[in-house]
Each structure stands twice: as C-alpha cells, then as structure tokens.
Ligand binder design. Structure first.
Ligand code: SME
Length: 166
C-alpha cells in the first residue's frame, strides 16, 4: 500500500516539496509513461484539496493528420473532452505558448472548454522536454480563484521532475 497523503495541512512550499518527492519516489525506475501519469494524477488528488479534476493531456497527432493536438491522458475526475487543438481553451493555450495558465475565473477565459460545469478556476502547466511541450498538467477547482502563484510554482516543479518520466 502507498500512503503518500500529508498527515496535516501544510504551507504550500512544504506541501509541494512533499508532493514532488512522493511523485519522484512513485515514478523512479518505471519507464511506462501511462503508469507514471496515472499515479501522479492520483497523488495530485490526494494532496490538493478543493479539486474536481486533476490529470494530464499529452501532445499527440491529430486524427486527420493536421499536426499536433492535445490528447486526454490519465486523470481523476469526470470524463473529459478527448482532443484539444493547440491554442484552444486553457490547456491548448498552455500547450501553444509553453507558459503556465493560472485562471481565476474560467468563465472569463476566451475559449475555455467546460468539461465539468462545476469548474470555476483552473491551473494548467506545460511539461517540457528539450524545450518542446510534451504534455500539460491540468487542475480544475469548483472554487473561484482556488489557485495561487505558489500552486503554479509547485506544479512547475512537478512538471520539471516528470519531464523524462512521462
Ligand atoms: N477546461 C480545459 C479543458 C480540459 S478540462 O478542464 C479537463 C480547457 O479549457 O482547456
């Protein structure tokens, strides 16, 4: 049994240090990207309160051959849209720009894709390998302005650690 959930509420910096350490331990020596993303999605769900979706979209080939798009990966939450073109919605914007998207009010974000009507705020962090976006980590919350700069910094540290593990 793995029991990685923090015992007590922690300040953000410490919480993310523990989360990244747990993710590093769970994925160490495992070459299967899907297994690693599945366990990290479960860890995000265990560690972070007030989420309604936590998981991955990976960069993949569009079905019609028209370049790359995001394809749904392992996650915890309600079933979600499967394919997102680069530049569309919060995830597609993060993938296209390579920049973290911290969205306090998803309804105010142009092109936001509502996978779960409960979502009010969102944090999307690209995972880069050799300067190219290979995936994004997506967190959704039912609370407005749930995510802070500390969350963005913490998830960026997780994304950097996962770069060659997913
Ligand atoms: N809201 C996202 C789509 C993915 S779901 O939230 C799981 C977006 O606008 O890109």
């Amino acid at each position: 049994m793995y029991d990685f959930k923090p015992a007590t509420p922690l300040p953000a910096a410490e919480l993310y240090r523990e989360l990244v350490a747990a993710a590093e331990a769970l994925t160490a020596g495992e070459p299967d990207a899907v297994a690693n993303m599945a366990n990290v999605a479960a860890l995000l769900w265990e560690f972070l309160p007030d989420l309604n979706w936590a998981g991955f979209y990976r960069v993949g080939s569009a079905k019609n051959g028209a370049g790359d798009e995001l394809v749904l990966g392992p996650f915890v939450g309600r079933p979600a849209c499967i394919r997102i073109p680069f530049g569309t919605g919060v995830c597609g914007t993060a993938a296209k720009s390579g920049a973290t998207q911290l969205v306090e009010d998803v309804h105010a974000f142009p092109g936001h894709i509502a996978c779960d009507a409960a979502s009010q705020s969102e944090l999307v962090v690209p995972v880069l390998r050799d300067s190219a976006v290979i995936a994004v980590i997506d967190l959704d919350s039912p609370s407005p302005a749930r995510f802070t700069a500390a969350d963005a910094t913490g998830i960026e540290a997780l994304a950097a650690m996962l770069s060659d593990r997913i």
